[in-house]
Design a protein around this ligand. Structure first.
Ligand code: AMP
Ligand code: GLY
Length: 420
């Protein structure tokens, strides 16, 4: 089978790494890919969120399956365009990708599906949103549209809430509608389901670390590291999330004539009353995918193909024993203003149980240099979470670039429980 992976981040490198091990694979193409995927696949240039460009590439490269990594191409209709050529695609059509592309739409689907979520409302009038925010005090303010991780503010107190409404309404198109909702407290966890429009299978629950600094302090980022399985959801609780969140949403989307085929990512807050949905994404997580791919104990291609073709036969995914941890190495100045162009040492010397997935890297005179905010995700497995952490941080200690930033506490949240 010839497979095209669309995207250029650590998530796409991890997907390519997993797909490259499949005995069913005859050719792997990444577009645009990165220096990490170049070692496993043929990298081809493409503007990933141009549906016609991606469909032409898929046809010209004679691929049998397209796997879409990031959300922007899905929201732009890349999956629709590829499907229209008769090529199978793992990723939802634009109509179903609205679950991530519009937070107001996602909220409406959650309510229609009876999914537990924070109480909230959508506003198109800034004065009305301000009045609601002032009356409620602490609220979470969300820009409706895609805002590259800058669209959510958790405001504590009325003044902060009103300020957040003003800030997000100034974002332009993405902030034309705002969703305001109650603040939930608890531990966050990401549940990702591979879906074929009707049925689903669940990846091991993962925990991302969104803040820049140890102890969940500092600004929000795209994600500074992840680990799985996250013990905050045991097997029974994970299965309940499948039944109470994923299944009803799939039913609602199918009943509306916009079935969801692809990775449905539920960002959950585990509250004392049970898990509540904070958001949906319509793709694998980054960096969650990096650790989930490391933990997967079987070929990924049959699952992705079955989802794309609507022929999924649900069964538990085979997982490798133990845990996986991934630590993101970021450029100085990330997330506000990353400074790039620095040489990266020793990233290509890591082996054994460790995998280094590339994101913001490029080759200059055949030397690897930094080229983005999140540069590498350094991943490792271990028989326990503690050992996986030790392996990952051991590898981190051997890689360097000037000003490298990373968190020292990835996975620490999962320690001290029976599962570790
Ligand atoms: P989102 O982009 O919707 O995932 O939101 C980004 C982050 O904002 C989440 O990972 C949470 O940390 C936080 N967040 C979103 N909604 C809520 C909520 N209702 N209560 C508390 N925190 C939230
Ligand atoms: N790790 C968060 C995300 O992929 O959206």
């Amino acid at each position: 089978m010839r497979v095209l992976v669309l995207g250029s981040g650590g998530r796409e490198h991890a997907l390519a790494w997993k797909l490259a091990q499949s005995p069913r694979l005859s050719a792997l193409i990444c577009a645009p890919g990165n220096p990490g995927t170049a070692a496993l696949a043929e990298n081809r240039p493409v503007i990933a969120d141009r549906p016609d460009a991606v469909a032409s590439l898929a046809r010209e490269a004679r691929v049998d399956l397209v796997v879409v990594g990031p959300e922007a191409p899905l929201v732009a209709g890349v999956a629709d365009a590829v499907r229209a050529t008769g090529i199978a695609v793992f990723g939802p059509d634009a109509a179903a990708a609205r679950l991530e592309g519009s937070k107001a739409f996602a909220k409406e689907v959650m309510l229609a599906s009876g999914v537990r979520t924070a109480a909230g409302r959508a506003f198109t009038s800034v004065p009305e949103a301000e009045a609601w925010a002032r009356a409620r005090g602490s609220v979470v303010v969300k820009a409706d549209g895609l805002a590259a991780g800058k669209g959510v503010i958790v405001a504590r107190g009325a003044d902060e809430a009103v300020e957040a409404v003003r800030a997000l309404s100034a974002l332009g198109e993405a902030g034309r509608t705002l969703v305001l909702e109650e603040v939930l407290d608890g531990e966050e966890v990401s549940v990702i389901a591979l879906c074929d429009g009707e049925r689903y299978v669940l990846l091991p629950p993962a925990q991302d670390h969104k803040r820049l600094l140890d102890g969940d302090r500092g600004p929000n980022t795209g994600g500074m590291g992840a680990y799985c399985p996250a013990p905050v959801l045991d097997a029974a609780a994970l299965a309940r999330v499948g039944e109470e969140v994923i299944a009803p949403v799939l039913r609602t989307m199918a009943a509306r004539g916009t079935p969801f085929r692809g990775a449905l990512y539920a960002g959950l807050m585990v509250t004392p009353e049970g898990p509540a949905v904070l958001e949906f994404n319509v793709r694998f997580g980054d960096p969650e995918a990096q650790v989930q791919m490391l933990s997967l104990g079987e070929d990924l291609i049959p699952w992705l193909e079955a989802c794309a073709r609507g022929t999924l036969a649900p069964a538990p995914l085979a997982l490798l024993p133990g845990a996986s941890v991934g630590v993101v190495l970021a450029s100085p100045g990330y997330p506000a203003a990353p400074v790039t162009g620095a040489p990266i040492w020793e990233a290509d010397r890591i082996g054994g149980s460790c995998q280094v997935f590339h994101a913001g890297t490029t080759l200059r005179d055949r030397a690897l240099v930094t080229a983005g905010g999140r540069v590498l995700t350094v991943c490792a497995r271990g028989p326990t979470l503690a050992e996986a952490r030790a392996n990952a941080y051991g590898a981190v200690g051997r890689i360097s670039f000037p000003g490298m930033q990373y968190r020292r506490d990835i996975g620490a949240k999962g320690l001290g429980t029976a599962r570790t």
